[in-house]
Design a protein around this ligand. Structure first.
Ligand SMILES: NC(=O)c1ccc[n+]([C@@H]2O[C@H](COP(=O)([O-])OP(=O)(O)OC[C@H]3O[C@@H](n4cnc5c(N)ncnc54)[C@H](OP(=O)(O)O)[C@@H]3O)[C@@H](O)[C@H]2O)c1
Length: 304
């Protein structure tokens, strides 16, 4: 391990939540050196370089790439987009981090893992892989900190923005289940705080939610307030939703995950509330209304 080496941030280009990209900026703001791992040279890589990060290209499923990018780093934020190879990538990172030596590895997981066991898994391959990954990392003996957020508010971009923009409706099969989505930017603030000084956090599991747990009618009311026009919730059938996800081009892995997430919402399993964001960063998590106000253009704009 290199004591004054950079902090490695994987998945740094950002696709959905872009937690890694935000973490890079927050660490650089603190004056900490950052190595940002991306999959390819593109505008997002150039933007990270312009911020002051050392940008490295590699594939988290290729052990030599992972060895190259971890070497010389003192600690790691490990995350990548939800995909079928997640467990393999985690194990590859664990093997390399053990070989190279790091003083902290912050692992992105999911809140659902807190309710999973050998007798109670879910049908989402992504959730199962996070559950297995957490255990493998615990066995590894690495200095791990686990981040378990609930659904990101950014998930509303692909799942709700088209229908909110077109007809003022959030159409998801969440039934009457409550939910407490958290902004990826808030998750990133937690990750950055831990990476800056991992010592006190080693071995901890941080569960992160937004500031309110409410049903989708409540969520829709916050959309209405933010956009100054009526937004309602339509509880569509799970079958229609699955068909729509496939038509929209979601992978089989992601479709299965989202269908499971909806089932768990209907069963009340996303009705969770924690103060993790505020406890770790000193600032409360942002609300649905604040989030939608910030991204009003994505939801068809705010009526004046
Ligand atoms: N979305 C949610 O509601 C939610 C909730 C809780 C937890 N999570 C967890 O959060 C994580 C995703 O975080 P995020 O939304 O911040 O990520 P993200 O914005 O989707 O970005 C992840 C990055 O990973 C990169 N990547 C994918 N496969 C790779 C590979 N084989 N090698 C190297 N890089 C690779 C992608 O690169 P390219 O863009 O170039 O493809 C992408 O930029 C997942 O673990 C997910 O389970 C998500």
């Amino acid at each position: 391990m290199t004591d004054d080496g950079p902090i490695l941030v994987t998945g740094a280009a950002g696709q959905l939540g872009a937690v890694g990209r935000t973490v890079c900026g927050l660490l650089l703001d603190r004056g900490l050196p950052v190595r940002a791992m991306v999959r390819r040279e593109d505008d997002r890589a150039a933007a990270l370089r312009a911020l002051g990060a050392e940008v490295v290209v590699g594939d988290l499923l290729e052990p030599p790439d992972v060895y190259r990018v971890v070497s010389g780093c003192r600690r790691v934020y490990f995350s990548m987009s939800a995909s079928a190879g997640y467990l393999e990538a985690t194990l590859t990172m664990a093997v390399v981090a053990r070989e190279v030596g790091v003083d902290g590895l912050v692992n992105m997981s999911q809140m659902t893992v807190s309710e999973m066991s050998t007798q109670n898994t879910t049908s989402s391959g992504q959730q199962r892989q996070h559950w297995l990954s957490e255990q493998a990392l615990a066995w590894s003996g690495l200095p791990v900190v686990t981040i378990r957020p609930t659904m990101f508010l950014e998930s509303f971009f692909p799942l709700a923005a088209p229908t909110v923009g077109a007809r003022g409706r959030i159409e998801v099969p969440f039934g009457r289940g409550k939910t407490s989505p958290v902004a990826a930017a808030d998750v990133a603030r937690v990750v950055a705080a831990v990476l800056a000084d991992p010592g006190p956090h080693l071995g901890q599991i941080y569960e992160l939610t937004g500031p309110r747990s409410q049903d989708m009618h409540g969520v829709a009311r916050e959309f209405s307030d933010a956009l100054n026009r009526e937004v309602t919730y339509s509880d569509i059938s799970a079958e229609d939703w699955e068909r729509g996800l496939k038509q929209a081009g979601f992978s089989e892995h992601l479709t299965r995950h989202l269908v499971t997430m909806a089932e768990l919402h209907r069963a009340g399993r996303y009705d969770r509330l924690t103060d993790g964001v505020e406890r770790l960063t000193g600032r409360p998590a942002i609300s649905v209304r604040e989030f939608v106000s910030l991204h009003a253009d994505k939801f068809g704009g705010r009526r004046s």
